[in-house]
Design a protein around this ligand. Structure first.
Ligand SMILES: Cc1ncc(COP(=O)(O)O)c(C=O)c1O
Length: 263
């Protein structure tokens, strides 16, 4: 990141309207845009999205919704539609073309006019594979109600994790919107346990972490055999914990924790 951009992005947490209000109180007139995901790990609280929309409109700041991950999971057209949020711009990738390289930027006529006074080009600007995959995905997504299927798989997965945790007496918290589900071990060594979970699941033939992003290819019988393996893995982890041997069972280093904001 160029150093010149330092301090130009002022973070606030999802569902914490008061944090956005505090930023507005300090920097109001200087704010060009509010950028956020429409949803990620938690459902929006009733006043949050209308509150953000209201602040953006009042300031004249462009409200940009990042649908790169959330788009196409809850419904065709983006999660902002599901929650009745009208952004000024939205950006899409990933699910929009079922993994083929494609990104899309949409916006109100007013905002998109800005592209007339800039120059956009690239080596692959006439490339057709991404748009073709995008159109095929869009049609199939609508015809087969893919988003409903993802939510149904997510419902089964979340219920299965909770049941397996209860039966093996392992403290586990389940989170995430249904198609993008994940869980955490409620334990000081959660990262070691997460690594051990991956190790045990690999031994059972599943490449698994503490998250499961549902796909249309997933069927109930896949989820059932996966959940049977999860319950065995949870049982083995509970037993290792009871004996104080969880760390010793690891055959390699503890996995990295993932995304972190850089200082
Ligand atoms: C919400 C969200 N936005 C953006 C990105 C990536 O954006 P870029 O392709 O510009 O790195 C990701 C990638 O995982 C994402 O989850």
């Amino acid at each position: 990141m160029p150093r010149g951009l330092r301090g130009t992005a002022l973070p606030f947490r999802y569902n914490h309207l008061e944090e956005l209000e505090a930023i507005v109180a300090e920097h109001g007139a200087e704010l060009a845009a509010i950028v956020m995901e429409p949803i990620r790990n938690a459902e929006p609280q009733p006043d949050f999205l209308p509150g953000v929309r209201g602040i953006a409109s009042r300031l004249g700041a462009v409200l940009i919704v990042d649908e790169v991950t959330a788009g196409w999971r809850l419904r065709t057209g983006g999660a902002h539609l599901e929650y009745g949020l009208t952004p000024d711009m939205a950006v899409f990738a990933k699910g929009i073309s079922n993994g083929y390289p494609l990104a899309a930027i949409i916006g109100t006529a007013e905002v998109m006019k800005a592209f007339q006074s800039t120059f956009i080009s690239s080596t692959y600007w006439t490339e057709r594979i991404g748009p073709t995959a995008g159109l095929a995905t869009l049609r199939k997504h609508r015809r087969l109600n893919v988003a409903d299927h993802l939510c149904e798989m997510g419902t089964q997965i979340q219920a299965g994790w909770r049941a397996a945790a209860a039966r093996t007496h392992l403290p586990v918290t389940v989170n995430g919107m249904l198609p993008l589900s994940h869980f955490a071990f409620d334990h000081p060594d959660r990262q070691a346990l997460r690594t051990l979970f991956t190790q045990i699941m690999l031994e059972k033939g599943f490449l698994a972490t503490n998250a499961l992003y549902a796909a249309y290819a997933h069927r109930a019988h896949h989820v059932q055999s996966y959940l049977a393996a999860v319950e065995e893995a949870f049982g083995e982890i509970a037993e290792a914990l009871a004996r104080g041997e969880a760390a010793q069972r690891l055959k390699g280093p503890v996995a990295h924790t993932g995304f972190r904001r850089l200082a």
